[in-house]
Design a protein around this ligand. Structure first.
Ligand SMILES: [Zn+2]
Length: 256
């Protein structure tokens, strides 16, 4: 089983559409960041986490031919606006793809992309089936069931969901607060992939200091910082980090 970070950039990507590169060195390929999405690739299934506006480019890069399930973390545009790119996967086998979202995200998706969930004509049928994001979702790997646990966290004015895969890897792309009652789920994992927007305080994201203190608390074997803004140059950031912490880059793949 593999976990692929398809994109690790903040909401406007790096560089931003206007070319703004911030502190990032354009000569370093690891500073080119598409918006946050991830893929769990088992021997039987491809499970996508979020549909970033860069989804098409991300799936092409990794030669992904099938999507079996989609989990949405929250309703922000940088996690949802690539949803239309799922159409090509429906065309291939004519089965609606199961997507899983919480109440607010479902409402937003149905309102903003009604044509995707409702058949308007024979030529344009509904391509996705919306399901409730439950606390535990099971996926298949080599005829074994693997658990993905979703945990609600605070992300500014909205709630976001993070995902713990097989009690080994936590993916938390957008967060400014994890509730104390949930700490027990995050302790001593193999991998913690966590939102680190920049150095300064932000009302809806962790910054570098927040990340380093949460990493100390949770003690993962390895931590990977994601949702990185143009403020954070890969090489400069890496030098500031303890040995078991690295910045993400697009395409970073973890074997589980
Ligand atoms: Zn967000």
């Amino acid at each position: 089983m593999k976990f692929i970070i398809l994109g690790c950039g903040s909401s406007m990507g790096v560089p931003r559409p206007d070319g703004f590169f911030g502190n990032c060195d354009p000569k370093n390929k690891k500073n080119y960041r598409t918006r946050c999405s991830a893929l769990i690739k088992t021997s039987d299934e491809n499970i996508l986490i979020d549909t970033s506006p860069d989804l098409r480019q991300q799936l092409l890069r990794h030669k992904i031919k099938k999507i079996n399930k989609v989990l949405f973390s929250h309703m922000h545009g940088d996690q949802t606006h690539g949803i239309n790119d799922l159409r090509s996967f429906y065309i291939n086998d004519k089965n609606q793809i199961n997507v899983y979202a919480d109440k607010f995200t479902s409402k937003y998706l149905k309102h903003s992309f009604s044509y995707i969930f409702k058949s308007f004509s024979k030529e344009y049928p509904a391509i996705l089936k919306l399901n409730k994001l439950t606390k535990n979702i099971f996926i298949n790997n080599n005829k074994k069931k693997i658990k993905i646990k979703s945990i609600e966290v605070e992300h500014g004015k909205v709630k976001s969901n993070c995902f713990i895969i097989d009690q080994k890897l936590a993916y938390i792309s957008d967060v400014n607060k994890i509730y104390n009652k949930d700490y027990k789920y995050f302790k001593n994992l193999r991998y913690l992939i966590i939102d680190c927007l920049w150095y300064n305080v932000h009302p809806s994201h962790f910054n570098l200091d927040n990340c380093l203190s949460i990493i100390k608390k949770f003690k993962p074997k390895k931590a990977i910082l994601t949702n990185l803004s143009p403020v954070l140059d890969y090489k400069i950031l890496k030098k500031l980090l303890p040995k078991n912490v690295i910045p993400a880059h697009d395409g970073l793949t973890i074997k589980l």
